[in-house]
Design a protein around this ligand. Structure first.
Ligand SMILES: Nc1nc2c(ncn2[C@@H]2O[C@H](COP(=O)(O)OP(=O)(O)OP(=O)(O)O)[C@@H](O)[C@H]2O)c(=O)[nH]1
Length: 217
C-alpha cells in the first residue's frame, strides 16, 4: 500500500474507531469557490475574510451534529480546488460517504466546471455517495452571474439536491450539513417499515429564501 493509502486508512480508521455513528463528507469544487470558508462557517460559526489562502492538498475538520437526539460525527475533508492537486484528492473520493460540490455564483467558469467535477465523482467515488450542489457566495447579489434557477436546473439534471449558501452570512450552511447528516444517518438506520427520508423535501422545507432577487436563497 502506498504511503498515501496508509495515511488515508489511518485517518478514517482512527476516526471511526472513536465514534458511534460517523461519516465522511468531502468538499469539492474549483479553487476559490469558498470550500474552506463554508467549512469554517459550519465548524466555528465565523467567516474567513481577508486574503485568500488556497488549500494545499487536503485538510480535515470534525464536528458533531445532533439528528433526532442522535449524535452524528462528521469528518469533513476540505480539498484543494487547484488542478495540480487533483491526483491527490482523487485518492480520497472513494472514502467519502457524501460530497458537497460547490461553485461560486459570481464566477461562470466555476459553474461550467460542475459537469467535469461530476464526471470525476462518478469515476472515483462510491456508487451510492450522497451528492449535494451548492451555489456559494449568495451574499454577492450585485456580482451574481449564475441565477438560482440555473443552479436548480443543473442539480435537477443530475438528480442531486441544491441550495445557495453564503459562508459570509451563514445562509443555508448549517442546513446543508444537517441535511447530509440526516440522509446518511437514515440510510444507515432505516428499517423496512420506516418512511424514507426525502432529502429534497427536507431541504425545500428548511431553506432560507428571500422573496425576491436578493440572492439569499
Ligand atoms: N462574499 C463572500 N466571499 C466568500 C464566501 N465564501 C468564500 N469567500 C471568499 O472567497 C475566497 C476563497 O475562499 P476559500 O474558502 O479559501 O476557497 P476554496 O474553495 O477553499 O479555495 P481552494 O482552497 O483553492 O480550493 C476568499 O477570499 C473568501 O473570503 C462567501 O460566501 N461570500
Amino acid at each position: 500500500m502506498s504511503l498515501l493509502g496508509k495515511f488515508r486508512k489511518f485517518i478514517s480508521g482512527s476516526f471511526t474507531a472513536t465514534v458511534g455513528i460517523g461519516f465522511t463528507v468531502m468538499l469539492l469544487g474549483d479553487s476559490a469557490v469558498g470550500k474552506t470558508c463554508v467549512l469554517v462557517r459550519f465548524k466555528d460559526g465565523a467567516f474567513l475574510g481577508g486574503n485568500f489562502i488556497a488549500t494545499v492538498g487536503i485538510d480535515f475538520r470534525n464536528k458533531v451534529v445532533t439528528v433526532d437526539n442522535t449524535k452524528v460525527k462528521l469528518q469533513m475533508w476540505d480539498t484543494a480546488g487547484q488542478e495540480r492537486f487533483r491526483s491527490v484528492t482523487h485518492a480520497y473520493y472513494r472514502d467519502a460517504q457524501a460530497l458537497l460540490l460547490l461553485y461560486d455564483i459570481t464566477r461562470k467558469s466555476s459553474f461550467d466546471n460542475i459537469r467535469a467535477w461530476l464526471t470525476e465523482i462518478y469515476e472515483y467515488a462510491q456508487k451510492d455517495v450522497v451528492i449535494m450542489l451548492l451555489g456559494n457566495k449568495s451574499d454577492m447579489a450585485a456580482e451574481r452571474v449564475i441565477t438560482y434557477e440555473e443552479g436548480q436546473k443543473l442539480a435537477k439534471q443530475y438528480g442531486v439536491p441544491f441550495m445557495e449558501t453564503s459562508a459570509k452570512t451563514g445562509v443555508n450552511v448549517e442546513l446543508a450539513f444537517q441535511a447530509i447528516a440526516r440522509e446518511l444517518k437514515q440510510r444507515g438506520a432505516q428499517q423496512p417499515t420506516e418512511p424514507k427520508f426525502k432529502i429534497h423535501d427536507y431541504i425545500e422545507s428548511q431553506k432560507q429564501k428571500s422573496s425576491c432577487c436578493s440572492g439569499l436563497m
